[in-house]
Design a protein around this ligand. Sequence first.
Ligand code: BTN
Length: 305
Amino acid sequence: MKKEILQILRQDSERISGEYLSSILGISRVSVWKHIKSLIARGYDVETTSKGYRLLASPDTPFAWEFPDRYEKIHYLETVDSTMDIARNLARKGCPHLTVVVASTQRKGRGRLNRAWYSDKGGLYFTIVLQLSMPPQYMGRVNFYTAAILAQTLREEYGADAKVKWPNDILIDGKKLCGMLSEMEVEGEMVTFLNIGIGINVNNDPTRQKPNGVSLQQCSDRKVLKKELLAIFLDRFEEKFDLAMAGTAIDLWKKYNSTLGRYIRIVTHNDTLEGYAEDVDTNGALLLKQDGGKINKVIYGDCFH
Ligand code: BTN
């Protein structure tokens, strides 16, 4: 009902009477008032007078009703340990493809290679559930597709000079704006679901924990609406999703990457490799040309430019 009430209030900058809302929505005026009160409690600025209601301002909170076309698939929670945990439970229960779990803060946000992901207020933290049936080796393509679409969104919609560092960090001027973490479950030979968790520094200040981090606000000197960024990204992500498992996902990634063609260092749990980043293969493994010409295929690790 909040979705419908907001839609009506947003269509008109004039006051809308409780009577009109009640007749058009088929609920009592008391019920309309209860919903309005609950919107106000959630940060909406609704002017209420004897003549009716007027929406003055909305909070930048990704409530499900802020995504009318995805209402059923968005799960917003104010604080969670990690959106990955909630998404995994939903995926196991068979939630729809492209279900999204989004939180304002995380108590135990997780990063790649068992690191913590600090999730202060102001950042955008979400996990997308992909109900896919595919061989596990294709997972790299989907991750590359995701990073490429996000970089493209940030460049085309926000004018940010976003580039992807192998495998899927997004950097601006060499500083980390966004990280991604994937988790999948496999049955037999096939992936049953792949969850992609994305943390974007939007209006938070990541430099307190990570000196080499940066936020969109810090790059552009203005606040960016998180709910709008999420909506635009999800639309773009879904629109071209057919590319995600095709080889073209890798071509898209190459277009926005800043790793290939550089001399780089890769650190894994038990090894450090240095070499020239020659290319990536069709599933996203990095082809590192070492001194002497030997090509090393790297499938995971931290990449330093
Ligand atoms: C990294 O660069 O190390 C990956 C960071 C991934 C962070 C996101 S925030 C949303 C989702 N929930 C988590 O706990 N982690 C991912």
